[in-house]
Design a protein around this ligand. Structure first.
Ligand SMILES: *Cc1c(COP(=O)(O)O)cnc(C)c1O
Length: 374
């Protein structure tokens, strides 16, 4: 574990469950992405972890922000971000939120349907818009695309319609799925959208921007390619398909900026044998699916989990609530020390992204996850 977090844990008697997040790691991740893709502007996907400490740090580093709602936009502004540095990236927005974002000076709005485009035209007249394309999410552990994006053919119609509605057709976007473990999805998506750039140019519409979304992975249990490998693959694909005529490039990393910066400190509530035919112990922690570990749904994200020392044996991991789906890992083989007992600490590593923001308000009376930014 990161020595800064380790010494914080040693020096403080922390009430659990809580997240401890090292801001230096966030700064390093941001620098690594900048170095890997110097041609791209970084729009931090606020939903990964909206803590004000993180937003302030990224403002200081010169980052831009991908916000999904008016409260996220206002959190960025409160942390010192300029409105021009914010993109309203959700393709599903309330009219009042669009109008308020526009009034704040947010310049960029995403859409993927004619209905949303008309809504933006009405409530943010003259705004820059970009259309989200649905792309193959192969290689992603946490895919997104069925809910978002449109076809190339539909996007072409919509981009040609935008000027008639008084909007500025600015660019295209895609998202290759979160925790994307390979480069091919980016390469395929770039090839696809490049054809639409050319097609629209032939119709007299010159787009200025390509938003390559997020997806950059964190190393949980398995190795993933380094940030630089993604940078190389993306730049190669960009020059192959756009030549010297590169559009402005944006990326929207969330997980890769904050994921490996945080550790959840949890306490064992109960260890017991449940069924005679299953020799595995059930370990119930004071955090579960509703306390923030929502990405254990389908056991999609498999965090590294450690406790004590000594000989280990197989376990099922569950949360503390009275809900039957509050089981984190039943199929994925996890092992914990054989002498593990109630009251001991368990660490859930690389939980800086998509954990605090997913924690429920007070399901079963459990308070939202406590947070320490160091
Ligand atoms: C969630 C999201 C992101 C961030 O994705 P990561 O996989 O965490 O990098 C970026 N862009 C949009 C539009 C998103 O919805």
């Amino acid at each position: 574990m990161n020595p800064k977090i380790a010494s914080f844990l040693d020096s403080s008697a922390l009430a659990t469950p809580c997240l401890v997040l090292d801001l230096d790691t966030v700064a390093r991740n941001y620098a690594a992405l900048r170095a890997a893709l110097p041609a791209a502007k970084i729009y931090y996907a606020v939903k990964a972890n909206p803590a004000v400490e993180i937003l302030r740090l990224l403002v200081e580093k010169g980052a831009c922000f991908d916000a999904a709602s008016l409260p996220e936009i206002e959190a960025c502004l409160a942390a010192g971000a300029r409105a021009e540095a914010i993109s309203y990236g959700n393709t599903v927005k309330k009219p009042a939120a669009i109008a308020a974002a526009h009034a704040h000076g947010v310049p960029l709005f995403a859409f993927d349907s004619i209905e949303e485009l008309e809504k933006i035209a009405r409530h943010a007249p003259g705004a820059k818009v970009y259309c989200r394309i649905a792309v193959n999410n192969v290689g992603a552990d946490w895919p997104l695309s069925k809910k978002f994006g449109t076809s190339i053919a539909r996007a072409k119609e919509l981009m040609l319609t935008a000027p008639r509605l008084g909007l500025q057709p600015h660019g295209l976007s895609f998202h290759v799925g979160s925790q994307q473990t390979g480069t091919p999805a980016y390469e395929m998506a770039i090839a696809e959208v490049a054809l639409l750039f050319t097609d629209l140019k032939n119709h007299g519409l010159e787009l200025k921007m390509l938003n390559l979304g997020g997806g950059f992975p964190v190393r949980y249990q398995d190795d993933v390619p380094e940030t630089g490998v993604f940078g190389h693959a993306i730049m190669n694909a960009m020059t192959e398909h756009f030549g010297n005529d590169l559009p402005d490039m944006l990326i929207e990393p969330g997980r890769a900026i904050v994921g490996n910066a945080g550790v959840v400190v949890s306490e064992v509530v109960l260890v017991c044998q449940r069924m005679e035919e299953d020799e595995r112990r059930w370990v119930y922690l004071d955090i579960g699916r509703f306390g923030g570990l929502a990405e254990t749904e389908g056991e999609a994200i498999r965090y590294r989990i450690t406790a004590g020392r000594g000989a280990s044996g197989p376990v099922v991991l569950a949360g503390p609530s009275c809900d039957g789906v509050d089981v984190m890992y039943e199929k994925t083989p996890y092992r914990l020390p054989l002498d593990l007992s109630a009251g001991e600490r368990v660490l859930i590593h690389d939980t800086g992204a998509y954990v605090t923001s997913y924690a429920s308000q007070s399901f079963n009376g459990f308070a939202p996850l406590a947070e320490h930014y160091i």
